[in-house]
Design a protein around this ligand. Structure first.
Ligand SMILES: Nc1ncnc2c1ncn2[C@@H]1O[C@H](COP(=O)(O)OP(=O)(O)OP(=O)(O)O)[C@@H](O)[C@H]1O
Length: 228
């Protein structure tokens, strides 16, 4: 599903963020990306949805070689990828329903398809009763649920999440993790950068540890391995 071969990334200011990474992630896997602050985790996952491009090396996601595709083809490629951020990134003037529907409107689904699917994903994340609310009227955990609903509404093959529980309290973080687990059980590949030791050590999945831009560990059912 995701394959990186000899990937390097140096930012324009000269910082070497990724320093030679080879990795394969199979369809249906759930992978945590851990490591110290500044180790390169965000850069690693941003390259998977072509938010950043490698300076060297190849990245194939769902059969698409990312360094080779034109910028104009990026939106088409991203239809197969759901992205979830630490700070939710919801559109503040749109309701819960509209925030999720928007992702389907841009790819020109019919109003009937949109209504059915949006209600389906909002039910999955437990927010069917809050469809008319604005993001500012929701708790952090509820906003993250909306953002997860938006990420999966077009049935992507991969969901990439950058510290999705970083702004949430421990109990809410677990609720959000249970939703990711459900999504993974339905066959969707999940790649998640996280600093949450408790979650990584208790909801066991593959752990890729990045240190100084390299893979320091890669263990199936691994441990967080750092102090919280
Ligand atoms: N757009 C950018 N331009 C220049 N340098 C950058 C940019 N983004 C990240 N960096 C640098 O690249 C290195 C890796 O950053 P990255 O955000 O990938 O680390 P991280 O492991 O996700 O860190 P954190 O856990 O703190 O989020 C850091 O030294 C960072 O300062």
């Amino acid at each position: 599903m995701i394959e990186m071969t000899d990937v390097y990334k140096t930012y324009s200011n000269g910082v070497v963020a990724i320093n030679g990474i080879n990795v394969k992630i199979k369809t249906g896997e759930f992978v945590y990306v851990v490591g110290p602050s500044g180790a390169g985790k965000s850069t690693f996952i941003k390259m998977m949805y072509r938010e950043e491009s490698p300076t060297n090396g190849n990245i194939i996601v769902d059969g698409v070689s990312l360094p080779k595709i034109r910028n104009t083809k990026v939106p088409l490629f991203r239809r197969n990828i759901g992205v979830v951020f630490q700070d939710f990134k919801l559109l503040p003037t749109l309701t819960v329903y509209e925030n999720v529907a928007f992702a389907m409107e841009v790819i020109e689904k019919t109003p009937e398809e949109i209504k059915k699917r949006v209600m389906e994903v909002l039910e999955l994340v437990g927010l069917k009763h809050k469809v008319r609310m604005l993001p500012t009227e929701l708790s952090g955990g509820e906003q993250q649920r909306v953002s997860i609903a938006r990420s999966i509404v077009n049935s992507p093959k991969v969901v990439i999440a950058d510290e999705p529980t970083g702004n949430l309290d421990p109990e809410t973080s677990w609720e959000i993790m249970n939703i990711f687990d459900e999504i993974n059980k339905s066959g969707t590949t999940i790649v998640m950068a996280t600093h949450n030791k408790d979650i990584v050590n208790n909801m066991k999945h593959r752990v890729i540890a990045i240190e100084s831009g390299k893979i320091a560990r890669d263990d199936l059912r691994g441990e967080y391995g750092y102090e919280a």
